[in-house]
Ligand binder design. Structure first.
Ligand code: ZN
Ligand code: ZN
Length: 485
């Protein structure tokens, strides 16, 4: 194997040093693509984190990285004192088909990479991103936040993401034309299709009952953001956006829908439709908004039906994404002591299935719910219902066969098959990787949920929980009683 190690460019080093908290080296972040193909080279991203998850900038560290799966990789990287410990091993190849992890040593401790599924049948990639980062431009906890430069540099090189969105606030006077120009210019500067994508975004707050807090994701920046905080709702927000760009080029995504005072109940009257609102953010550092009683709730929870399963049961066909909602511009780690106290859950991330890494392919895949949500780690959760990928709609059959490949950095604690919000089966694989196969033979007649938007349906998704507290949620698959769309 002809591997080469590269380090950060001078400007990237400078950016991480200037705004980094200068923490002590604590853990090793090894990132590999979740989907690989035998014989096709890829990069391993290597970063030493401080105890909060920021890139360690005073590392004198030696990192050893070993491979598996017929790769035979064995590399040692020395980091110099006074520089961010971030590197990349290029030209790595796996020879065999299967699910593999790489391992690294830092200070005598063993760390695993995220898993990769290596198969010649992989035609697309999984692109990992944080769709929800706040920077100085949000003017929200400004004493904690960092610049857009830091946001994109740390997300790309230290966290090792494929894409990121600076989701800065625009409502309540927190943005104006000058800030918007800055947001546009810097995001466009850092956007390198195929390598690292900055997905244009802004956070538009709405009042509780009007859709709550929503992020707008776009294929490009319009002349100005849209703010409907005073008197608008999520449907008027989408309508105003249609005046700025084609419906194909943006989506509106509600988040922390169970937040008191800013709740994301979405009555049918203000639902902007499947194309405009294809996904919901199910987890962020605020906590999980999956279902009432879940083990990682927000600190204060709204009383009404605003969990993700409430919205699904109401008939809204939503996929799942995860983000950090970091208010210290940290796309990994809990950041305790750096984030505000109510923003201290595990970081969320979004996995997107697409052929190419560019703004338009990410938006298109999110519109098709070809994505899943994860907390803490880049866990693998991909599968099908009756042969159709999660996120899609399909016609009913007598039985539904649910198959999924699940793997994590740590052992899998459980894999739940969720139907209409209820867990109908749990697997306990006792391993870090597992292939799940479950057939639901139940007659669906008493189970149909009724939707104004997609007719009668039953939905299934997979929830995976790992030993270190990481979780992942596939997007739901929608089994339709009759195709009415
Ligand atoms: Zn904020
Ligand atoms: Zn936010």
């Amino acid at each position: 194997m002809d591997c080469r190690v590269t380090f950060l460019a001078e400007m990237e080093r400078k950016i991480l040093m200037l705004e980094g908290p200068d923490g002590v080296p604590d853990s090793l972040n090894l990132v590999i693509p979740s989907l690989t193909r035998p014989g096709i080279p890829f990069d391993i991203k290597v970063a030493v984190y401080d105890e909060h998850g920021f890139p360690a900038t005073r590392a004198v560290a030696k990192v050893g990285v070993k491979g598996s799966g017929g790769g035979g990789l064995d590399v040692e990287i020395s980091f110099t004192e006074g520089e961010p410990a971030v590197a990349r091993i290029g030209g790595v190849v796996l020879g065999d088909e299967g699910v593999f992890r790489f391992e690294g040593m830092l200070g005598g401790r063993l760390f695993h990479s995220n898993p990769t599924r290596c198969s010649s049948a992989n035609t697309e990639s999984i692109w990992w991103g944080d769709p929800h980062i706040h920077t100085n431009l949000s003017n929200c906890h400004p004493e904690r936040c960092r610049s857009l430069n830091y946001c994109f540099t740390a997300a790309r090189h230290s966290t090792g993401l494929d894409w990121a969105s600076a989701a800065d606030h625009v409502s309540n006077g927190r943005c104006e034309y000058a800030k918007w120009k800055e947001q546009t210019a810097v995001a466009n500067l850092f956007n390198e299709p195929g390598k690292f994508v900055t997905l244009p975004c802004f956070e538009a707050s709405l009042q509780g009952g009007c859709g709550g807090d929503n992020n707008v994701y776009m294929t490009g920046f319009p002349d100005l953001f849209v703010d409907e905080y005073d008197g608008g709702n999520v449907a008027t927000l989408a309508d105003e956006m249609k005046g700025k760009m084609s419906e194909d080029d943006f989506i509106v995504v509600p988040h922390h829908t169970t937040r008191t005072g800013k709740h994301g109940e979405i009555p049918d009257a203000i639902y902007p439709g499947e194309a405009m609102m294809p996904v919901v953010e199910i987890h962020s550092k605020w906590g999980t908004s999956e279902y009432r009683g879940n083990p990682n709730p927000l600190k204060k929870v709204h009383d009404g039906p605003s969990y993700a399963v409430d919205l699904l049961n109401q008939g809204l066909p939503l996929g799942f994404i995860g983000g950090t909602d970091s208010h210290c511009t940290l796309t990994t780690g809990r950041g305790r002591g750096f984030e505000a106290d109510h923003i201290d859950a595990h970081p969320g991330m979004t996995a997107v299935f697409a052929n190419s890494l560019e703004r338009s392919s990410l938006v298109q895949a999110l519109k098709e719910r070809r994505c899943y949500a994860a907390s803490l780690d880049r866990s693998l959760v991909m599968g099908t219902v009756n042969g159709q990928p999660f996120g899609t709609k399909m016609e009913n059959c007598k039985t539904r066969r649910i198959q999924a490949a699940v793997a994590g950095k740590t052992d899998i604690e459980s894999v739940d098959i969720v139907r209409n919000g209820e867990t109908v089966h749990t697997f306990n694989p006792n391993d870090w990787r597992a292939d799940i196969d479950y057939v639901d033979e139940e007659d669906l007649s008493p189970l149909w949920l009724s939707s104004k938007h997609i007719g009668d349906f039953v939905y299934y998704y997979v929830r995976a929980t790992f030993g270190n507290g990481a979780r992942a949620w596939s997007s739901p698959a929608f089994v339709l009683a009759g195709c009415r769309t």
